[in-house]
Design a protein around this ligand. Structure first.
Ligand code: FAD
Length: 405
């Protein structure tokens, strides 16, 4: 057996960030990766999809995607070449609560990520059906694309392929797209994308894939945690739907074994995985931090973007939380007009005393605006304080300040 201070299974954003941070803090780390380093995010998730969003054509997107992914993967390999890190290109399997393959350590982090959740419907083995990875690997642009599911992945691909000139149809079981987004904002975004030519069939359940008239069908019905039967060798509690069970420090029921990122299904986002990694390493080292996991901004990279942090208006009503809602619009902002990006609306929520509770938006660069709101929330900022903060003119960030006026 080889000894380490920390073993990590999986080198996605959760795993490689944990390795990097732990190594810099002086821990001897062994990290197992069965595939390419960088995980879903870098190889088949956030990065390749955003390369598609920012390319003018399908041909350009395909060419740029491999360049960008290769460059970033080399960056992660560089991070993992730290003298305190041993990268093992193998599938990591629990032998017991302290051993993975032939390595042993007092602390282990599971960062195995997630995989596509396939709907068990008739005809799902039809060769036209692909998941997000299959769609990114298409060699030729389809004429007609059908997308099952109007969640984040479905909506991002709908927007991208519509811009590439493909006839896109989205089929969704629920009443509205993007359930994590304020329903008012989600509806406005969907209506705008409808005007751009995307067809939506809402409140529609797909029963048989054979009924769908399209050249390619994207299964975008969510992700499921990647769990392994050998977790039981260490006595770890997990289930197939909710993943590995963890407490507020992302520690499992077995002391010294943690699970971070998509595999615990808390918040299936790359930045959530990275910050959980930092928190776990701090916990192992007995270091306190102030990471606010309850303030988790998220973005949807459609055109235009959507983004949110904090509760939706429906959630505020349901929980009977008193609130005020301030609105502002892209069409009233000088920079948005100059950019020709006038579609968009921001809803900013605050307590009756003025403390900012969150924001939901759609419109160009929404992610950057919501990022500012997240920072303000971390600092318990009020609307009055925001109104006194000088914003550069002309910028889209003035949309946020306008909401206080
Ligand atoms: C199409 C798409 C677009 C996305 N866009 C965004 C976005 O814009 N923003 C965002 O925040 N998130 C986005 N996500 C989600 C994001 O990719 C994930 O939240 C993130 O990758 C989770 O990181 P992770 O480290 O938990 O797992 P992963 O990135 O899934 O990495 C897990 C790694 O573990 C390895 N592994 C698994 N089991 C073993 C084993 N036993 N031994 C060795 N190695 C193992 C896998 O090979 C993989 O490399 C997107 C996802 C998809 C699918």
């Amino acid at each position: 057996m080889n000894n380490a201070d920390l073993i990590i299974i999986g080198a996605g954003p959760g795993g490689y960030r944990a390795a990097e941070y732990a190594a810099k803090q002086g821990l001897k780390v062994t990290i197992f990766e069965a595939d390419n380093v960088g995980g879903t995010c870098l190889n088949v998730g956030c990065i390749p999809t955003k390369t598609y969003v920012h390319s003018a054509s399908f041909a350009e997107a395909r060419e740029r995607m491999s360049q960008v992914v290769t460059q970033l993967r080399q960056g992660v390999e560089g991070i993992l070449s730290h003298p305190n890190i041993t990268l093992v290109h193998e599938k990591g399997v629990f032998v017991d609560a302290h051993s993975i393959n032939d390595y042993t350590a007092p602390n282990i982090i599971i960062a195995t990520g997630s995989e596509t959740k396939w709907l068990p419907i008739k005809g799902v083995d039809d060769p036209r059906v692909v998941d997000s990875t299959g769609l990114l690997n298409l060699e030729a642009l389809p004429k007609r694309l059908a997308i099952i599911g109007a969640g984040v992945i479905g909506m991002e691909f709908a927007s991208v392929f519509n811009r590439f000139g493909v006839e896109v149809t989205v089929i969704e079981y629920l009443k509205e797209c993007l359930p994590a987004l304020d329903s008012d904002i989600a509806k406005r975004l969907r209506k705008y994308l409808e005007k751009k030519g995307i067809t939506f069939h809402m409140k529609t359940a797909v029963e048989n894939v054979a009924d769908i008239d399209a050249d390619v069908i994207l299964m975008a019905t969510g992700r499921k945690p990647r769990v392994q039967a050998d977790f039981a060798n260490a006595g770890i509690e997990y289930d197939e739907r909710q993943g590995v069970k963890v407490n507020e420090h992302f520690e499992t029921n077995v002391k010294g074994i943690y699970a971070i990122g998509d595999c615990n299904t808390r918040q299936m986002l790359a930045h959530a995985a990275e910050m959980q990694a930092v928190h776990v390493v701090n916990h192992i080292l007995g270091k306190h931090d102030n990471i606010r996991f309850d303030i988790m901004p998220a973005a949807i990279f459609t055109h235009p973007e959507a983004a949110c942090v904090g509760p939706t208006e429906d959630q505020l009503k349901e929980s009977q939380t008193p609130y005020v809602c301030k609105k502002s619009f892209w069409r009233a902002n000088g920079k948005a007009l100059a950019m020709g990006e006038t579609e968009g609306m921001l809803k900013l929520f605050a307590s009756p005393e003025g403390e900012i509770l969150g924001a939901h938006t759609y419109g160009a660069h929404s992610a950057d605006i919501v990022q500012e709101v997240s920072v303000l929330m971390c600092k318990h900022t009020t609307l009055e304080e925001l109104a006194d903060m000088i914003h550069i003119h002309p910028t889209l960030s003035e949309i946020l300040k306008s909401a206080t006026e």
